[in-house]
Write a protein that binds this ligand. Structure first.
Ligand code: PGA
Length: 241
């Protein structure tokens, strides 16, 4: 595991974008595993800048997002499909048909999950997986629990996650209770993993992930078993290391 600590969130974003851009430059049809949340936004802004400057060409890139809420319309302003379109895809030359987000409204969530994992495998697997981390150590929507769940699956959000995401909705009652998320095995299968964390409210989760036991109560701790994982942290998130 590599850990890089930067002065601020903007630098974390630039470092992440640099690594993603390097991947696309070396493999123009790279498969990117992408994340939502506030943490990766500076990285996406830097990728937009690099694309507009003609440095990185996304025309052949394929992408698979980590997760999507269940039971809100795909075009809802808080859906993760909307987030990705607004914060990245609408501003780069990626073919929108090559971008994938789980279908949170599938009638059969189990079948949707299996199909999503199969589609990633058919694309050749994920070259670079971008991750944020929850204050409870979740990655994707893999919440603290008794086990690591291997494949893509439907999850019930932890109360702390509902509270953390409440700021994006009119009321807590409007926050979706379920989501479809890549599983830990699907994430661990990525050839490279970049975990981004900024802000003091992530410091304990980062400490537990790096120094605690590898255990499903802190889902990100499993990343220590990944052969190529890089943590990109600002000083505040690294404050308890
Ligand atoms: P955040 O979310 O980037 O908005 O903090 C990260 C996460 O919950 O995985």
């Amino acid at each position: 595991m590599q850990i890089h600590v930067f002065e601020n969130a903007a630098q974390v974003g630039q470092a992440a974008a640099t690594l993603i851009a390097a991947q696309v430059l070396s493999k123009p049809n790279a498969v990117l595993g992408l994340a939502t949340g506030s943490t990766p936004i500076p990285a996406y802004q830097e990728l937009i800048r690099l694309c507009k400057a003609g440095v990185v060409d996304f025309s052949q890139v394929r992408s698979y997002n980590l997760d999507e809420y269940c039971n809100i319309p795909e075009d809802h302003e808080q859906s993760y499909r909307t987030f990705m379109n607004v914060n990245l895809f609408n501003h780069i030359n990626i073919d929108i048909a090559n971008t994938h987000v789980p279908n949170g409204n599938a009638a059969d969530a189990e079948a949707e999950s299996a199909a999503y994992d199969a589609a990633i495998a058919a694309a050749g697997g994920i070259d670079v997986q971008v991750l944020g981390i929850g204050r409870n150590g979740h990655i994707g929507f893999n919440e603290p629990g008794d086990s690591f769940i291997y494949g893509c699956h439907q999850v019930t959000l932890a109360q702390s996650t509902i509270e953390a995401n409440r700021r994006f909705f009119e009321s807590e009652a409007d926050v979706p209770r379920q989501a479809i998320s890549l599983g830990i095995g699907s994430i661990m299968n990525a050839r490279k993993v970049l975990l981004l964390a900024t802000g003091a409210d992530k410091a304990q989760a980062i400490r537990d992930s790096v120094h605690g036991d590898i255990n499903p109560q802190v889902q990100a701790s499993i990343l220590r078993n990944h052969p190529d994982v890089i943590f990109l942290l600002d000083k505040a998130a690294a404050g308890l290391l």
